[in-house]
Design a protein around this ligand. Structure first.
Ligand code: OAD
Length: 229
């Protein structure tokens, strides 16, 4: 059996069946918040308490969800293949599903960082993040999330990984937020490219589209890849 390099690129749809809502399926609102009110540097400057309320809820929600069959199936591919997961998600369900190489593009709900020194990070406080949490230099702590208008993290590393892929599997992303969405075009011509989602406005060139839920379709596909080798 020939091990391959498989790059899995995920968005909110991979976590939907775990009980975490996707962004664009909820009528422009994200858990009843408008994105521009909670996920931008301007929102943080204008009303930091609202931003913290929003992310404290997102962090709390993580405690009551579990990885679904899609997360587990992706991790299982590691038995025979080299697998790298690139995710736009800020949850930790790939980690808990057993994947070992995970690149987060949009940050993580597991930590908070200083607003004046982003290298200073601590675990997300159990009781929730408040305006009183400060870094040693006195700066306010904020969620370790990439907001709209901020630079995506690990982008160069993600491009490099995609360029080396034998297979690319894109799951549960509307491909509407750039620059992350542009990564699908980084895969080499010879790579086998598949995208699994419910609705998509467009299917990138060279990609095979599998319509369906991640929890159902991902395990089917990965089982084929493990059997065929
Ligand atoms: P979206 O909410 O834009 O898209 C979710 C995609 O998942 C859609 O294509 C759905 O059809 C699909 N989907 C929904 N349920 C599914 C299921 N059970 N199985 C498979 N697919 C399903 O989410 P993203 O593309 O991840 O950014 O959004 C990208 C970024 O926009 C996020 O990372 C976030 C957001 O605003 C930041 O917070 C910076």
């Amino acid at each position: 059996m020939k091990p391959e390099k498989i790059v899995v690129f995920t968005g909110a749809g991979v976590s939907a069946e775990s009980g975490l809502n996707t962004f664009r399926d909820s009528g422009g609102l994200w858990e009843n918040f408008r994105i521009e009110d909670v996920a931008t540097p301007e929102a943080w400057a204008r009303d930091p308490q609202l931003v913290l309320d929003f992310y404290n809820l997102r962090r709390k929600a993580l405690e009551s969800v579990e990885p679904n069959p899609a997360h587990f199936a992706i991790a299982e591919l590691e038995k025979e293949h080299e697998v790298v997961v690139i995710t736009q998600n800020v949850d930790d369900l790939h980690e808990r599903g057993g994947s070992s190489k995970i690149i987060h593009l949009h940050g993580s709900l597991l930590e908070v960082k200083s607003s004046i020194d982003p290298t200073y990070k601590i675990p997300y406080p159990k009781e929730g993040l408040s305006l009183d949490h400060r870094c040693p230099r006195g700066g306010r702590m904020r969620p370790d999330i990439v907001w709209f208008g901020e630079a995506v993290e690990n982008f160069e590393i993600a491009i490099e990984q995609l360029q080396q892929a034998d297979k690319v599997l894109v799951i549960g992303t509307s491909l509407s937020v750039y620059p992350a969405a542009g990564l699908v075009h980084e895969a080499p011509a010879h790579a086998e490219k598949t995208i699994i989602a419910l609705d998509l406005d467009f299917i990138p060139d060279d990609y095979r589209f599998i319509h369906g839920t991640a929890g159902e379709q991902v395990p089917k596909l990965t089982a084929e890849w493990l059997e065929k080798g």
